[in-house]
Design a protein around this ligand. Sequence first.
Ligand SMILES: [Zn+2]
Length: 394
Amino acid sequence: MSRLLENIGVLVTNDPTNDAGDGSKLGVINDAALVIEADQVVWVGRRTDAPAADVRVDLDGQTVVPGFVDSHSHLIFAGDRAAEFVARMAGTPYTAGGIASTVAATRAAHTPDLRVNARRLIDEMLATGTTTVEIKSGYGLTTDDEVRGLSVARELTTESTYLGAHVVPAEFHDRRDDYVARVAGEMLEACAPHARWIDVFCDRGAFDIDEARLILEAGIARGLLPRLHAHQISRTGAVELGVELGAASVDHCNEMNDDDLAALAGSATVATVLPGADFSSRARYAGARRMLDAGVVVAIATDCNPGSSYTTSMPFCIAVAVREMGLTPAEAVWAATLGGAKALRRDDVGLLAAGKRADFAVIAAPSYVHLAYRPGVALVSATWKSGTELKHAG
Ligand SMILES: [Zn+2]
């Protein structure tokens, strides 16, 4: 059964062959239509050119954008760190150590509760237009708890990431080398069947550059694809390591010099900025404007986690990236859609063209600009994932 979605006021395709002459990479089509069949887009174009279809859906002049691709989240956890947030807002600086409290709560939780919590967050994501999400482990930090977290993540997404190297857990503080060996050995062996990616939190208070290299190289040898938490708190060299190892993405990128930007530009590695993390940890915002000007491919993700960025909303992150990181609304929307897809090495999502997945968000506004112009407002009226519509109360 084919469905024609017509009367789309503004359609963002991210396909540059649909050049609206607006100077953006968004491939905008005004007064557009979209035909989908099963889970795929089969036709995109002007409404007046639309082919016949079995069912017609009138979108009433609303805006349609590709579903957001959230390429960085930590949804497998238990507990709450609201008190830590209050303390941070009162002046206590963010450190990697707060993760330990979530590790204790996660280890103590029953698996069904971890699943229910992650599903709740994914429902929030769907309600705000996110159709693809990457989910990391990293709050278990024992072999069994990491396998358990990844198994739940794998039920919810194909983009599951092994993050045994989140922090060194308390019981290994006196023998961190043993923990690194475990992460790159027994724990990796057990986790690899449940993961597509391997990640390391390479920063002050977490893992140093030599440990990151050892762990990532072990993961690559085991068939996992690398990505990195890099240069959030300090310049460790993790950006260059990511480029050298062919990482799909280096994430955070708050502390960047010109050498880092030069290494990224022209490489296959995306820089993923996390506006929610910078906002909620009151950090200096990552220099996404400078990255784009240097020729780096930039993605935006939520970093949803209970400590430093407890938001699931990509529209919120778009608004912050425009307000605080100097992106234009068009650049921010691209970074949150096709940018995220590139950060996950996916070519079937993040754009709307024949043969791509029918994943998109309907925005109750005359333009995608309203995602940044109307911060905090629930503008996503419906989300379509794999050709299925999920309507929202709005
Ligand atoms: Zn993270």
